[in-house]
Design a protein around this ligand. Structure first.
Ligand SMILES: [Zn+2]
Ligand SMILES: [Zn+2]
Length: 135
């Protein structure tokens, strides 16, 4: 029996996490909140069922909007999580904090309307102006 165990954590290793499910989605997000929280051109998020993710120490939480909150390490500042404040069925983990971030397969760009003009990407993933359209 193969058990899934995806691990990661913050830069200073105070906070470590384990996910016991495959990510249900992986996206690049170009929204201003992600740019500001990460300090980078975009954030890459891996979405997991929230019941599948456990933390050694709970991340500090910043309510970044009425609808979302962002988790980070209060010691080293690493961006760790994004979670809807209403639908708590899933949690996004910042892909760069995974122990094996290269194993992910991003599927789309969100908030492409906000992407930085100097960001030159050649992938052929769908580019949504804002959220993924509801299907
Ligand atoms: Zn840390
Ligand atoms: Zn974003």
């Amino acid at each position: 029996m193969s058990e899934i165990e995806i691990t990661g954590g913050c830069l200073c290793r105070t906070i470590r996490y384990t996910a016991t499910a495959e990510p249900t989605w992986v996206n690049h997000c170009h929204c201003r909140d992600c740019q500001q929280q990460t300090g980078a051109a975009m954030a890459t998020w891996a979405t997991f069922p929230s019941t599948s993710v456990t933390f050694t120490v709970p991340p500090a939480i910043y309510p970044s909007s009425d609808s979302a909150e962002r988790g980070f390490c209060a010691r080293c500042g690493s961006t760790l999580t994004w979670q809807s404040r209403t639908g708590r069925g899933s949690i996004d983990l910042a892909a760069g904090t995974l122990d094996e971030p290269g194993a992910l397969a991003p599927r789309e760009h969100l908030f492409w309307s906000r992407h930085l003009a100097w960001l030159d990407l050649s992938d052929t993933l769908p580019r949504h102006d804002e959220w993924r359209p509801k299907t």
